[in-house]
Design a protein around this ligand. Structure first.
Ligand code: IMP
Length: 512
């Protein structure tokens, strides 16, 4: 494929930053949906292999190729669009039906010749019972629901820990082994299913029997036989041979099972430290790994759980997208809505819901997997310092900066107060306390001009550059990639020399 002059320039700049990085881990920063798909898609041309190390079909990673083709990966790494070998590592919760559907989607969107894909033989396998059980858990939680994506991520992880259920290799062994495993899982869940039927949550005929589940799984298993392997072994060989490996995280620190806002979390290791566990590569292989954290200009959250910088209500935001589908399509109504809301915001008369709806519509903030509207927040330095502390990034990629164009001022959360006491930088209260912190704002100057599609740092308005520099100086981490639109090439690559000198800030933030 012939590259344009602009693409060649972009490639050369990326090489300068990443050429020597054999192991690159790409993670989110807040609560997911931050544009990791776009960044993985962009950088994968520099790598030999791309690996997902956690999460499951609940994730939704979106990419858009330079010629406008769009693909949403749920299980398959976004590197697929650049023809890079893709691996679903051991830490991935494997849903065989969704995987096959996704391959079909990928062929439709990207062409028939997909690169090789490997699936780990030890990944836990989805069954319809996991989904039903999740429905039961959410129902019985009452108002304490997690608001999951409905892809049974929690039950898959939970039963794996309980050592009940099956792994991919069971689909290819003695059928008796598979049958016994399925029966055991069914027996464990039967009392709950009976209760669900009694309460009218599900009809008896909609609970498949073990023989049906077995037949369906075996039918699908035939289609993936050639893709199944011990990916940990393959990755070890690839690493030793010096191949360059990109690790695609799912979700973000706020949804990590151990380091997120438990219990309002997903069930995998979303932080960078999930990469060794979720791939089977040893810690020593990561000694020189680089962590690149992807931060959306404005954080969003779906499902339940604390979100200190949230602008408006979670439920209202989730419903808003479902009730106003037209605003999430390229219509005149959408353009009018955005213009009116922006004028209101800049006049200083906007209510919080005006701010929130403006960003929600502008950013097409609605779940790639669920269609729910995402609730939007202002940039939150307190959360960012926490995420930096647990992920240890070398660089940031700042996505969707174009969304801030046209705003006179941009509120930024710079502190949390709990019971009147200001928390230290990097400190994070427990989930219940996080839900009641008082946030402290600073109001940063915005810029007028639309920066959509700009690819050169020096072409950004002065005030935009000042905003980015201020952000990276406060965080102490260089922002080397800046997204200005949805496409692969809507990106500014800054050389580290040009990124602000942040070392001294880093030292002082550690001391604070
Ligand atoms: P689960 O991963 O389906 O168990 O959902 C647990 C929580 O994580 C819910 O609040 C979900 O909305 C949230 N969540 C899971 N996957 C994603 C994602 O890819 N983006 C954003 N939120 C997610």
């Amino acid at each position: 494929m012939r590259l344009t002059a602009q693409e060649k320039r972009l490639h050369a700049r990326l090489l300068r930053l990443f050429a020597t990085i054999q192991m690159l881990i790409i993670t989110g920063t807040y609560w997911g949906d931050e544009g990791k798909g776009k960044i993985v898609d962009l950088l994968s041309c520099l790598y030999d292999l791309a690996v997902r190390y956690s999460g499951g079909a609940g994730a939704g990673h979106t990419l858009q190729t330079p010629d406008g083709r769009r693909f949403v990966g749920h299980l398959i790494p976004c590197a697929i669009a650049q023809g890079i070998r893709c691996i679903l590592g051991r830490g991935v919760f494997f849903d065989i039906r969704r995987f096959l559907a996704e391959i079909k989607d990928a062929k439709g969107a990207l062409g028939k010749n997909l690169p090789p894909i490997w699936v780990d033989k030890y990944s836990p396998v989805w069954t319809p019972w996991h989904r039903l059980f999740e429905q039961w858990l959410e129902y019985s939680a009452g108002s304490g629901k997690v608001g999951t994506t409905g892809k049974a991520i929690g039950p898959l992880s939970g039963f794996n820990v309980l050592r009940v259920g099956l792994q991919v290799h069971h689909l290819f062994q003695d059928p008796k082994v598979l049958r016994n495993r399925l029966r055991r899982l069914y027996r464990a869940l039967k009392p709950d299913f009976d209760q669900m039927v009694k309460l009218g949550i599900v009809r008896r005929k909609d609970i498949p029997l073990p023989t049906h589940v077995e037949l369906a799984l075996l039918k699908d298993a035939k289609k993936i036989r050639n893709m199944v392997t011990d990916t940990a072994f393959e990755l070890s060989g690839a690493y030793t041979a010096g191949l360059h490996i990109l690790f695609e995280g799912a979700q973000a620190p706020g949804l990590d099972i151990d380091l997120g806002t438990w219990p309002y979390v997903s069930a995998g290791h979303s932080v960078a430290a999930g990469a060794p566990i979720g791939t089977g590569l040893p810690l020593s292989a990561f000694a020189k790994a680089m962590v690149l954290m992807v931060m959306k200009a404005l954080p969003t959250r779906v499902g339940a759980g604390p979100f200190p910088s949230e602008i408006w209500g979670r439920i209202q935001s989730e419903v808003f997208a479902l009730e106003h589908p037209d605003l999430f399509k390229d219509t005149l109504a959408r353009a009018r809505f955005l213009a009116e809301k922006l004028a209101l915001i800049n006049s200083g008369k906007a209510r919080l819901e005006d701010w929130s709806q403006y960003f929600q519509v502008l950013g097409y903030e609605k779940g790639a997997t669920t269609g729910r509207g995402r609730s939007v927040g202002f940039p939150d330095l307190m959360w960012l310092h926490y995420a930096i502390r647990i992920n240890g990034p070398k660089y940031f990629a700042l996505t969707r900066l174009d969304m801030l164009s046209g705003l006179k001022i941009i509120p930024v959360v710079v502190g949390y107060k709990l019971d009147g006491k200001r928390l230290k930088r990097g400190e994070m209260p427990d989930t219940d306390d996080l839900a009641r912190v008082e946030v402290i704002y600073e109001y940063w100057e915005g810029w007028r001009r639309d920066i959509s599609g700009i690819t050169e740092w020096k072409k950004l308005p002065l005030k935009t550059r000042q905003f980015v520099k201020k952000l990276e100086q406060r965080l102490g981490i260089p922002i080397v990639l800046i997204g200005t639109g949805p496409g692969r090439n809507h990106i500014i690559v800054r050389s580290v020399r040009k990124a602000s000198n942040v070392t001294s800030v880093r030292r002082s933030s550690a001391a604070a």
